[in-house]
Design a protein around this ligand. Structure first.
Ligand SMILES: Cc1cc2nc3c(=O)[nH]c(=O)nc-3n(C[C@H](O)[C@H](O)[C@H](O)COP(=O)(O)OP(=O)(O)OC[C@H]3O[C@@H](n4cnc5c(N)ncnc54)[C@H](O)[C@@H]3O)c2cc1C
Length: 435
């Protein structure tokens, strides 16, 4: 059986390396790899230079299939954070470094041939910029904006995240870190928005503000002349970008609206939506990046798809069965994270709009986690969920404990820093000064 993979993001590259090591494949991406110098521009992956942190299971997925990639990442000075029990809980790395390392490893893997060109699915396989390529199975790893299958999402399966990113990356000048409140850096859940500084490879870091996208004044943050003084006004964050401490290495990058989405492989009659094509990664499920789960969910899927193919007599494999089994697995293992995130986002947006915690519904995961500060039993119950070692179902046992905490009137303390309205006013005054 001839397999072609479309998309050289984490999902496609992982599938390509793992399948090539089992004896087959070809990989296509519409964009070439990283340039020898300068910023890697990749229109299809707008998040390439936005803050990413990779959760522990990403390390697990790499270790299981391609430990040499972890060695390559270490050579690029990406760090792995371990908890007290020796479990990897995060990989500290720029997304561009992660993809460049995976891509380089794919290029060196016998069997992977990477072609550059825009791919479209045809009955016989693919058309790549006009030329036909025969393939029995096409793996659609085209990401959140992929159009390979031409599938429109079914109603109810796409929900606005209410999270818009604006990011700049920097490099620290010397050793030592500015203020952090977790091993991955600094994360401040302020009144109406989130401010973060995520540690990456080789002394680089990202500073990101995340807001709901509804205030046009906050859109001004995309201008460097506004972004820099606003970051400086958030005291702990400002220490990261203070003159002499670090230097910017990218322009300020503004992201667009983001969506939680889930797209299965099968139509309402249970048949593959596009016979011969199996989607994987963001082409199946996207979730709000605030929780940093995207690449974990993508690699879990890639690994499961490879397992479904592994060891089979490829000339006899039934692609419809493969798609059906993979779809069932995704519904059980991936979709609950989408549902969990949609619920958490709805409650977060209510609170960002000034409402109190809503106790009329099950509490969202972030509030359950916050209540562990008061009731330590919560932390013990949801630890596996926070590490992504267990799915959102484990929240059910902790929810009543968290609810009891919130019913007393306790609320998580807000860190020091401007509210969203104050931030917007600051954007306005800085814009007026610099206009
Ligand atoms: C702002 C932001 C921040 C994020 N932060 C995090 C984080 O902290 N942690 C985390 O784990 N996840 C994060 N994510 C999610 C993560 O980026 C995605 O889950 C990840 O990109 C999924 O990888 P993928 O390989 O499925 O798709 P992609 O990375 O989107 O790759 C798809 C590839 O397919 C190519 N392609 C598409 N169509 C075609 C075609 N027709 N022909 C040829 N090539 C094609 C594209 O050019 C692209 O290279 C974030 C996402 C966003 C938007």
């Amino acid at each position: 059986m001839r397999i072609a993979i479309i998309g050289a993001g984490p999902s496609g590259l992982y599938c390509a390396i793992a399948l090539a090591r089992r004896g087959h494949d070809m990989l296509v991406d519409r964009e070439p790899g990283p340039p020898p110098h300068g910023l890697w521009r990749r229109g299809g992956v707008m998040q390439l230079h936005h803050a990413h942190t990779f959760r522990g299971p990403v390390v697990g997925a790499l270790r299981a299939e391609m430990p040499d990639v972890l060695d390559d990442l270490a050579m690029r000075r990406a760090g792995i954070v371990y908890d007290g029990d020796g479990r990897a809980i995060a990989l500290l790395c720029r997304r561009a470094t992660f993809d460049a390392v995976l891509r380089q490893r794919a290029e060196r893997t016998a069997g992977v041939s990477i072609r550059t060109g825009y791919a479209a699915h045809t009955q016989a396989g693919l058309r790549i910029d006009g030329s036909s390529v025969a393939a029995d199975l096409v793996i659609d790893a085209t990401g959140r904006s992929g159009r390979l299958t031409g599938r429109t999402s079914r109603p109810g399966a796409v929900v606005d995240c209410g999270a818009v990113y604006v990011t700049r990356q920097y490099r620290l000048r010397g050793p030592g870190l500015p203020p952090t409140n977790s091993p991955i850096g600094l994360s401040l859940s302020l009144d109406g928005y989130v401010a973060i500084a995520f540690i990456h490879d080789d002394r680089t870091f990202s500073v990101t503000l995340i807001h709901d996208g509804s205030d046009p004044l906050l859109r001004q943050l995309r201008h460097e002349a506004v972004f820099e003084p606003v970051i400086a006004a958030i005291a702990q964050l400002g220490e990261w970008t203070a003159p002499g401490r670090s230097d910017p290495i990218t322009p300020v990058l503004a992201g667009g609206r983001l969506y939680n989405g889930y797209r299965g492989q099968l139509d309402d009659a249970g048949r593959p939506v596009v016979p011969g094509v199996i989607s994987v990664g963001d082409a199946v499920c996207t979730t709000t990046p605030l929780a940093g789960r995207g690449v974990t969910l993508a690699l879990w899927q890639a690994r499961e798809l490879v397992r479904g193919i592994d060891g089979k007599d490829l000339s006899r494999i039934d692609i419809e069965d493969l798609a059906g089994n993979f779809d069932a697995w995704c519904r059980a293992a991936i979709k609950p994270w989408f549902v969990d995130q949609v619920h958490a986002d709805r409650h977060r947006l209510r609170r960002w709009a000034g409402h109190d915690v809503d106790l009329s519904e099950p509490l969202p995961s972030d509030l359950i986690a916050a209540s562990a500060e008061v009731d330590r039993r919560v932390g013990a119950l949801i630890g596996p969920y926070l590490r992504m070692d267990a799915g959102p179902h484990v929240l059910a046992a902790a929810e009543p404990l968290a609810r009891a905490v919130f019913a007393t009137g306790w609320r998580p303390a807000l860190p020091d820093g401007p509210s969203r309205d104050e931030l917007a006013a600051l954007c306005q005054s800085v814009s007026a000064r610099t206009a």
